[in-house]
Design a protein. Sequence first.
Lengths: 474, 311
Amino acid sequence: MLDHESALIVTLVDAAKHFGPVRALDGVSLSVAGGDCIGLVGHNGAGKSTLVNLINGGLAPSSGNIKFSEGATALVAGVRSVFQELSLCPNLTVAENLKISHSALKGPGWRRTARAEIRASLDTLFPGHNIDADAEVDTLSIAERQMVEIAIGFAPRGSRARLVILDEPTSSLDQGIADQLLTHIKRFCASGGAVIFISHMLGEIFEVSNRIIVLKDGKVVAERGSGEFTRQGLVDAMGHVAPETIEESGPKGDYGPEVFSTSQGLSARQGEIVGLSGLAGHGQAEALARLYLSRSSAWQSSKSPEVVFVAGDRPRDGVLPLWSILRNISISVLQQTAKRGFVNRLAETAVAADWKTRIGIRTDDVKNPILSLSGGNQQKVLFARALASSAPLVIMDDPMRGVDVGTKQDVYAMIRAEAVKGRTFLWYSTETEEVCQCDRVFVFRNHEISAELTGADITEEKILGASFEMQEAS
Amino acid sequence: MNPLTKPWIWSWLAAAVAFGLTIGLTAGHGAGELAYAALSFGAFAAIVGLGQMLVITLGPGNVDLSIPATMTLAATLALKAMSSDPGTAFLGLCIAIAVGLGTGLANYFLIFLLRLPPIIATLAASLIYQSIAIWSNRGLRIKPPTGLADFATGRFLGLPNVAWVGLLLAVLVWILLERSVWGRMLLATGQNLRVARLAGVPVELVRATTYVSVAVFASLAGYLLASFSGGAALNMGAEYLLMSIAVVVIGGSSISGGNSNVPGVWGAALFMFLVVSMLNSYGAGAGVRNVLTGTIIIGIVIAASTRRVRA
């Protein structure tokens, strides 16, 4: 990209970052100039988040160096990042959250300015968004929070955003909102801004980026214009041999008896994979949580629980942050192997070791703290926690956030295999592609089920159709 | 592994320093007596501290402020039932434990059914417990049965009997927390109640048993303390309100829950006694003593918590 040399924003020369013996990033050279839209891909734990943190100044490199063309720090150089782990303060309003990263905003009446600025940014990015600048962040859905975080990233904040790093920005957004974001990114790059876009959704990478960088085990293994990659080529470069064919020989039709049915109209039969879809924040997550709570007890723990839960909002619903990977996996199965109320530590270790290999948790020791794992690997731990139990009903609340393509394929296969064995899955996803793999799909709109699709009816068009209100019908 | 990264080491170091400074003044005389007294008086703080630690482990906002009232009520009712008759020690113990079960359940009931914040619920409930104690006591000072008083002030293998009880309970709590399913569930609940519930932990059961445990520990401490000091008094528990929380914090347990530290509680309980005797032996007046005790506690907590972050 020599023609952009004049507008260079940041240059990394052989930058590396080690955490103890772990080489999270092993010498990466990279330069970003205005107009670049870089797609950054790699499997979980490849070093993507570490690279982002080096560029935005969150971490200092162990060796090598990072130079900004304007000013000494990322902040002065106009480098902004939007994280996959949401970093907003939940007890503050949307406008107040903007203030936190906008130090020039002070004196009486700053709220009015902040409100106007965040509103303008949201309106540009997500026309028709319906987010109130005075709403406290914890009253927003996870998708809305992500939208606010993105809007803060692109907001002028006293200077101008020159490079915006987006780490998995679309994983909790539904298709419509994600498209709005992609459109804005293209506009932003066309006007001389730069974007580093991290996503496991390769379609999005191909759509927005003009250059793709593939990271593997902390090294850049490929860097080319996006036109020179094919989808398969990209997957191969990431180093995961993804099974191309998803077996179509699912046991369609021969399910067991009905496992449950709620007053809302949600139901599932034994061995069935039931999908929940619709726009994010239309009551799917609440329906799942309600179902889980109604079918498990806060007073008794059972040796054979009826239902287990895989959380998508990890900090809120899934991760026990003080504990090791081992204890995080075993918490739901302790009862099953316990002897007279005492933890069976041999069985516990065996379960953790088994799932570490089966689902490929990238760690050298399951006794490491769970927070030492990357987001996608933490998600694998939550999968292991649920699948290790014997519960016949598995509820999954958008469980693929931040999980790489290869692991997704593995997990799909695992879910299929478990379903054939007679387990029932209830799966809410913001990705229509995933929902289309289900045997039956309920589409939610305004906290109600607006459609139930089965078999060949499960298509992206039908799901989208049922997600939006049909104006002409009324 | 570097021992300085263990959060409980700080309370033990502080206790050792306070011990050394006191003994230094007397050039080594009375070291045995001081250690014996520290173990005797520290035992009561350790027992209530262990209970308070379990509740604090439940997570932010969880604390039992009715410990002093429960101690007083358990001691009063137990002594009244025994009425100094020989051979009634076991009856008294059962009464004390029953009082603990009762106040624990009542506290949980207020917190769960009436949805009161634990601080308000246990503080309000303690007024009721204290009133029941006043009403049943009517100013009488009943002596404990001789056998029980002898046990409470006696020693075994050179250590005070109450310290043996405290040690036994500490080992029991340690085993429960580290090895039992219930302990795991308590630690999980303390880290994040919602996560624990979604992972299949019976969080209400855990909360109820924890609030009952702390009350039983308090009533046991009250029973022993009354036997030790020759009778129940209405203000006998007063100093254990701050004490129970201080030993947990100084002992290195996380005040935000999910993490507990049994050895630290004992170290802190010894320290709390030793720091007062140290200041006494240096001739500090009551006012100076309080200011210094407070300052020292703040210092220890800062040392313990900053070490932990770096670890």
